[in-house]
Design a binder for this molecule. Structure first.
Ligand SMILES: [Zn+2]
Ligand SMILES: [Zn+2]
Length: 102
């Protein structure tokens, strides 16, 4: 089952609406959700774009109700591949329950 599609996407963070690339990528997510196909690749593209172009907008680590952040924080090799940053970036455009699964 695709985790997205079961619930509507929240309004994205305001800075995203001011960025043409964010808007374009979010539209691709919406299109794939509307077509009822998996949007995981599109979600990844949005998170990657935020990490690369909006690093100052990435939320702080989750301090509760997240299994992933403590695991990432426990690593002693930092954030290779910036997967942790991508995980936190998903908070900006996904329902919380979905964002924390990815
Ligand atoms: Zn952007
Ligand atoms: Zn987290």
């Amino acid at each position: 089952m695709d985790p997205v599609g079961a619930q509507p996407l929240p309004p994205p963070a305001p800075f995203m609406l001011g960025c043409r690339e964010c808007v374009r990528l979010l539209r691709e997510v919406a299109d794939t959700v509307a077509a009822d196909t998996s949007c995981l690749a599109e979600l990844h593209a949005v998170a990657r774009h935020i990490v690369e172009d909006h690093p100052d907008q990435i939320p702080a680590a989750h301090t509760r109700d997240c299994d992933r952040c403590p695991a990432y924080a426990a690593r002693n090799d930092g954030d290779p591949g910036q997967l942790w940053a991508e995980h936190r970036a998903r908070d900006l455009f996904l329902p919380e329950a979905v964002a924390r699964l990815l």
